[in-house]
Design a binder for this molecule. Structure first.
Ligand SMILES: NC(=O)C1=CN([C@@H]2O[C@H](COP(=O)(O)OP(=O)(O)OC[C@H]3O[C@@H](n4cnc5c(N)ncnc54)[C@H](O)[C@@H]3O)[C@@H](O)[C@H]2O)C=CC1
Ligand SMILES: O=C(O)C(=O)Cc1ccc(O)cc1
Length: 362
């Protein structure tokens, strides 16, 4: 089976890593940039890499479009001009779904099927360097098939995506854009606006930067996201965002009013309602890189502590697949996340860590 990925960046590269090495699968990566193609090979993310669109697309069983949202229509258009393998499924990973669905409807794709997709996982990082085979684990992966898509084709794609260990959900494209606009696009916009507001204050007094602590960092991590990827997403979902920003203005106005009236009860109510809703959010589903076999521990801030833990695990032949220092402790029960490759190592680590003086949380 040949799987072709156009644009092997954070998302395309992570998909490639999910598929590569699986029995019977060859992963082909395409980039318009020759220097990127070399990087795909050097990093062993794909089996074959090319700058030729024809070479990449011909004979492919699945084609994943993982380029910026603003480029998706042009890729679909170019593919419609080529002879593709009968039954080939083209899908995308774009963060907006209505416009690419409309584009696919208007494009004569002959003997191939388009099914829109959006893995609801990622990060503020970008490029193949940030790709990870566990990026999608435990996350939702939205598919937005139109009515003309056969159950057989949908199931074939959903089955392939089992390799990501994500949970597949079917959503209408327009509904997707409304919801994702509110829970992802608007927060990115607000994070950027907030950082820029503080950046301007900081120009006259760098203490702003020095004192910026946990809360500021937590809610602004996503302001570090790739400007061009986000330019495309926000422009593509413009109508939804304009409506959301009006509602946001309403929230701001309401806080202005509460403060002017020194309405302490109003503030308590806002925090209480927000806290109650937020506590119900599914944990570790929001784009964090998670694995099924994670252990969280609290560690004191002393030199060499991480080395000591890694050494102890190594002495007991426990292989770490990932180690992460978590800046935000809100959603997880510890500050150091240790990921293991399998259940056996995970179990053994949970036995070992307490004997080293660490309480292990899972
Ligand atoms: N960043 C994230 O967390 C998530 C992003 N997405 C979507 O995934 C897609 C890819 O985003 P990322 O992987 O984050 O970005 P990325 O920057 O890591 O990768 C983008 C890829 O597209 C290629 N590319 C860039 N400009 C291009 C152009 N003008 N023509 C052709 N190729 C070009 C790059 O060479 C790179 O391989 C976007 O459509 C984005 O909306 C979906 C879920 C999460
Ligand atoms: O970094 C994060 O928390 C994200 O929100 C990542 C993300 C970015 C874009 C998407 O379309 C989906 C997920």
């Amino acid at each position: 089976m040949k799987i072709t990925i156009f644009g092997v960046g954070l998302i395309g590269g992570s998909l490639a890593l999910c598929f590569k090495g699986k029995p019977g699968i060859t992963v082909v990566g395409h980039s318009i940039f020759p220097e990127e193609v070399q990087k795909y090979i050097d990093r062993h993310v794909v089996d074959i890499a090319t700058t030729s669109m024809e070479e990449a697309a011909s004979d492919a069983d699945f084609i994943f479009l993982c380029v910026p949202v603003g480029k998706l229509a042009s890729y679909l258009q170019q593919l419609s001009q080529m002879t593709l393998k009968e039954g080939c499924i083209i899908t995308d990973v774009g963060s907006t779904k209505a416009s690419i669905a409309a584009c696919a409807k208007q494009t004569d794709l002959q003997n191939v099927t388009f099914i829109g997709g959006h893995p609801m996982a990622g990060s503020e990082r970008s490029g193949v360097e940030a790709a990870s085979s566990i990026l999608f684990e435990n996350a939702y992966y939205v598919l937005t098939p139109e009515e003309n898509v056969s159950e057989e084709a949908y199931t074939r794609l959903a089955d392939l995506l089992q390799h990501t260990r994500a949970q597949i959900v079917r959503v209408d494209p327009k509904q997707h854009d409304d919801i994702v606009g509110a829970i992802s696009h608007l927060p990115h916009l607000i994070a950027v606006a907030l950082v820029n507001q503080v950046r301007q204050y900081n120009e006259n007094n760098t203490l702003y930067q020095s004192l910026a602590a946990g809360g500021f960092r937590d809610i602004t991590r996503i302001a570090n996201s790739d400007p061009y990827i986000w330019r495309d997403i926000l422009l593509n979902n413009k109508d939804v965002l304009l409506k959301l920003l009006q509602d946001w203005n309403g929230q701001v106005e309401s806080f202005i009013d509460i403060l002017k009236r020194e309405d302490g009860e109003g503030i308590v109510q806002e925090f209480s309602q927000a806290g109650a809703f937020r506590s119900q959010l599914p944990e570790r589903r929001k784009g964090m890189i998670t694995s099924l076999y994670d252990v969280y521990i609290n560690v004191p801030d002393t030199p060499g502590i991480i080395g000591r833990i890694a050494t102890e695990l190594g002495n007991h032949e426990l292989n770490l697949s990932n180690l992460q220092i978590i800046e935000s402790r809100e959603d997880v029960p510890g500050v150091l996340r240790l990921s293991f490759r399998n259940e056996k190592d995970w179990d053994r680590a949970q036995q070992l860590l307490p004997t080293l003086g660490f309480t292990a949380y899972v």
